[in-house]
Each structure stands twice: as structure tokens, then as C-alpha cells.
Design a protein around this ligand. Structure first.
Ligand code: ZN
Length: 295
């Protein structure tokens, strides 16, 4: 069994090939080219390298999965919009199936990463992945399957309002968790404060402390919503903002540890024991894409 998984990111694309046991046989990275044709060529370049590395032809892959940011219809394999890739309405599945002899599965990258993160979680039956990058996006896997719901929106809590009447979000609401913790908004506020996000937690000014409190308050609301809605065994934080703010994961855990002293309810949920940070050295998104291909 050779499962090819491809994660198409905004700047780089990464591929892994897994064997039947899920062991990584090969890993390749190339820069991402933009637009529908660019993404297609990027995947072609990655696949070519992978074939060379493994000494096989394209028809040797027994499953192929692709994770891509944006709105994806996994049933048709059409990517509706992927703003970071300058891509709108691309029939990526159909384009790629010309090159492989197996069906190609296309999935939103955060959902694919949630599947990939299962492999690294301590208790891997159910997991919520919280991706904090430019935007804020979450996905939940229960019993090894990505939650979808009626319109593929289940488990996506990035536009949960955590500050009613707060900042206007791109979605048209005010005070979504994305407007508080998403990189697009957070970076602007950090510039206003004149503080680097990495140093924010230890910056001893009232404005910096208020900013930390605001971020942690939003994260607390979001994590509690995840816990009460899905009760996952693990909540995994990842993405550029989590890397840029190495204090964030521990600080969120501390908030819950403090609250657990006051609340039996929170103590019973024990959020701090379920929160983990994604290890960025692992190609989790590409592994997840490979697992999407197998389903
Ligand atoms: Zn929103």
C-alpha cells in the first residue's frame, strides 16, 4: 500500500507517502504556485519528486488525498474558494484524477490536519484541532471520522462570537473568536501596542496585560464550547500564531487549572489535561491528507 498525502499551503506544499502501517516512506516539499493551474502544477511537481524518490510510477499509489485551505466540497472535490492560493472554483479532483489511476480525495486542510493529529494524540479516538493562523479555524474528528453535518460546517467554531459587539469580522459578525485571536487581527493590534507577540505575555504594561487577558478569555470561551459540544479526548492547538506565541497553549491550560479550583464543573471536564500543542516538526497536515485519501 502506498498512500500519497499532499498538503497545499499558502507558501509551500508538502507530500508524504505512507505504507499500510502508516509509516512515512518519503517526504517532499516544494514552493506553492498560485492559481488553479499553479496548484495543479505544484502537486504535479511534488508527485514527480515522490515517484523519483520511491522509484515508482503514478499508478503505483493506492490512494491519493489532498488537503487545501478554503471551502472544499469533499463529495465533488471542487475547491470553491481558497483566497491564499488565488483560487476560485477549481475542479481539483477531476484535474488530478487524469494523472492517477485511483480516485483522488480533496479535503479542507484543517479537517485533514485534525485527522493527521490523531496519530500524535495520546488517546486518539476523538480530537478537536484548533488552527490559529491568519484566520481561526477548528475541526473535530469523532471515532476516526471528520464531523461534517448538514452543510459541512460541523466543528467549525472560528466564527463563534466571543465578544458580542466586538470588532467587525470578515464574516459580517462582530466579535468572532477570529477577530480576537486570528493572526490578521492580532498582528494589527500588536503593531499598535509596539510589542512582539512572542514577548507579549511577559510585557509588564497595563495594555499588554489587558491584551493577554482578552486573548485568553476568548480562547477559554472557545475551548469550553468545544468541550461541551464534542467532549473530545484531545484538543490540539497549531498554526502560525501558536508558533509565534509559544506561551499561549500553557497559558490557556493555566486559566482552566485556576478555574477548576473554583468550579466542580470545570474540574470534572479537566480541560488542561486534554490540551496539547501540535509538533511542527511532524508533517501532520500531509499525513492527514494521506489518511483522507484512504477513507
Ligand atoms: Zn466571523
Amino acid at each position: 500500500m502506498l498512500s500519497l498525502g499532499i498538503d497545499v499551503g499558502g507558501t509551500k506544499a508538502e507530500a508524504v507517502t505512507l505504507d499500510a502501517e502508516g509509516k512515512i516512506l518519503a517526504r517532499q516539499v516544494v514552493p506553492t504556485m498560485k492559481g488553479a493551474e499553479g496548484v495543479y502544477q505544484t502537486i504535479g511537481a511534488l508527485t514527480g519528486r515522490m515517484q523519483e524518490c520511491l522509484g515508482v510510477e503514478a499508478k503505483a499509489f493506492t490512494s491519493v488525498g489532498v488537503g487545501i485551505p478554503g471551502l472544499v466540497d469533499p463529495a465533488t472535490g471542487v475547491v470553491k474558494t481558497a483566497v491564499n492560493l488565488d483560487l476560485a472554483e477549481a475542479p481539483l479532483k477531476a484535474m488530478l484524477e487524469r494523472d492517477f489511476s485511483v480516485p483522488v480525495a480533496i479535503e479542507n486542510d484543517v479537517k485533514a490536519t485534525a485527522l493527521g493529529a490523531l496519530r500524535f494524540a495520546r488517546t486518539p479516538a476523538s480530537l478537536t484541532y484548533i488552527n490559529i493562523g491568519t484566520g481561526f479555524s477548528t475541526a473535530t474528528v469523532m471515532d476516526g471520522r471528520v464531523l461534517r453535518g448538514k452543510s459541512n460546517g460541523a466543528g467549525e467554531l472560528g466564527h463563534l462570537v466571543v465578544e458580542p459587539g466586538g470588532d467587525l469580522c470578515g464574516c459580517g459578525q462582530h466579535g468572532c473568536v477570529e477577530t480576537v485571536v486570528g493572526g490578521k487581527y492580532l498582528t494589527v493590534r500588536m503593531q499598535g501596542l509596539g510589542v512582539d507577540l512572542r514577548a507579549l505575555f511577559n510585557t509588564d504594561t497595563d495594555r499588554a496585560k489587558a491584551e493577554v487577558k482578552r486573548i485568553l478569555c476568548a480562547m477559554r470561551t472557545l475551548v469550553e464550547a468545544v468541550l461541551t459540544a464534542y467532549d473530545p479526548e484531545a484538543i490540539v492547538l497549531g498554526g502560525g500564531i501558536v508558533e509565534a506565541a509559544p506561551w499561549l497553549t500553557e497559558a490557556v491550560k493555566t486559566v482552566f487549572e485556576e478555574d477548576a479550583k473554583e468550579s466542580e464543573f470545570i474540574a470534572g471536564l479537566d480541560p488542561a489535561a486534554r490540551i496539547f500543542e501540535l509538533r511542527t516538526s511532524d508533517p501532520v497536515a500531509a499525513i492527514g491528507a494521506a489518511l483522507v485519501g484512504r477513507i
